[in-house]
Design a protein around this ligand. Structure first.
Ligand SMILES: *Cc1c(COP(=O)(O)O)cnc(C)c1O
Length: 343
């Protein structure tokens, strides 16, 4: 079993974190003369709760996870960056990732001056478990897996992820940004069994709160504590904490069901378009679509005011566009534009 505490950088393990005014006193109503704030109430004049106690308790309850295993960040971007800052010694340690996948892992590695080793997925976007294990050495700290994977849209079999959790010598960062659209279950319930498991989820996709910037990270208490000590003290602002808390009362299932139903409709309609060569199976809220001339299709869509993501220059994605599932009306107009290309 990997001991995550031993993977944490020495300077982080011995860090004395910044203590905020609100760490020293966290009682209720009072006269706050401790943080040099402007005393005139306007809704925003006070610093936010650095521990996000109320919001974290609510999210932990919804997710069925002890609050000590939950970290919340300024989007998933923050825990991705923190994974490097907490575990990887710059210019010495390395991280491993699948490719193609979400571009942010590599950017965060480069910013943190950490070697990033990419192991290609198979031609049909499957995991090369042996290749991923073989890429690891004594300086390997992180493995990034994204399931369902962006941009391919497929999920990886749980047995393969579990094998990596058992055999990989570092932390396995499993990005479940699209899990709400998937037929597969989250690995959240397996958290107690695998101390080296770090799960990322987000409120940016199924929850419809991309603009508020709130990412979730789930891991053992020791890792969550390290992340909390390294983060900016007030990483989640007052407005985000309040609005997210209120919006968590909403039932996202009807919208998720609608998007998943539309995904099937759009996949079928796309497959009927003559410009489309292949529609890859998707467990997410987008479809990866291979066409003969991606630049031409992309441009025609832009001319119709429809913006998709051109992934055709990404290794393993030649000819591919990534199309997000929109409203039924938006989807209909996108398909109509592609059909019109045939004339
Ligand atoms: C969209 C997406 C996220 C979400 O990022 P936020 O910073 O939380 O908005 C995370 N991971 C993947 C793979 C994504 O595609």
């Amino acid at each position: 079993m990997v001991d995550p505490v031993k993977l944490i950088r020495k300077n982080i393990r011995s860090l004395a974190p910044y203590s905020t005014a609100r760490d020293e006193y966290s009682g209720g109503l009072g006269i706050y003369l401790d943080a040099n704030e402007n005393p005139y109430e306007n809704g925003y004049n006070r610093y936010p709760d650095p521990h996000q106690k109320r919001l974290k308790e609510r999210i932990a309850q919804i997710k069925g996870v002890p609050v000590g295993k939950l970290f919340i960040g300024n989007g998933s971007d923050e825990p991705i960056d923190l994974a490097f800052r907490v575990f990887c010694e710059p210019q010495q340690d390395n991280a491993i990732s699948i490719t193609p996948t979400y571009g942010m892992y590599k950017v965060a590695a480069e910013i943190n001056d950490v070697e990033f080793r990419e192991v290609s997925l198979t031609a049909d976007f499957g995991l090369d478990v042996e290749g991923l294990l073989a890429a690891a050495d004594e300086h390997t700290k992180l493995l990034f897996l994204c399931s369902p994977n962006n941009p391919s849209g497929n999920s990886f079999p749980e047995e393969e992820i579990v094998r990596l959790l058992r055999e990989f010598p570092g932390m396995v960062v499993l990005d479940e940004a699209y899990i709400d659209f998937s037929t597969r279950r989250s690995l959240l319930a397996q958290l107690p069994q695998y101390p080296n498991l770090l799960i990322l989820q987000t409120l940016s996709k199924a929850w419809g709160m991309a603009g508020l910037r709130l990412g979730l990270a789930f891991a053992c208490e020791e890792v969550v504590r390290a992340f909390s000590q390294v983060k900016y003290p007030y990483n989640i602002n007052v407005v985000t904490q309040k609005i997210v808390y209120d919006r968590l009362a909403e039932d996202i299932k009807p919208q998720v069901r609608e998007i998943v139903a539309q995904r099937a409709v759009v996949a079928q309609k796309l497959a009927e378009c003559r410009v489309v060569r292949q529609v890859y199976p998707s467990d997410a809220n987008f479809l990866l679509v291979r066409v003969d001339d991606p630049r031409e299709v992309y441009t025609r869509l832009i001319e119709a005011g429809i913006i998709v993501r051109d992934r055709s220059r990404v290794r393993g994605c030649a000819g591919c566009l990534r199309i997000t599932i929109g409203t039924p009306e938006e989807n209909r107009r996108m398909i109509e534009t592609l059909k019109n290309m045939e004339q």
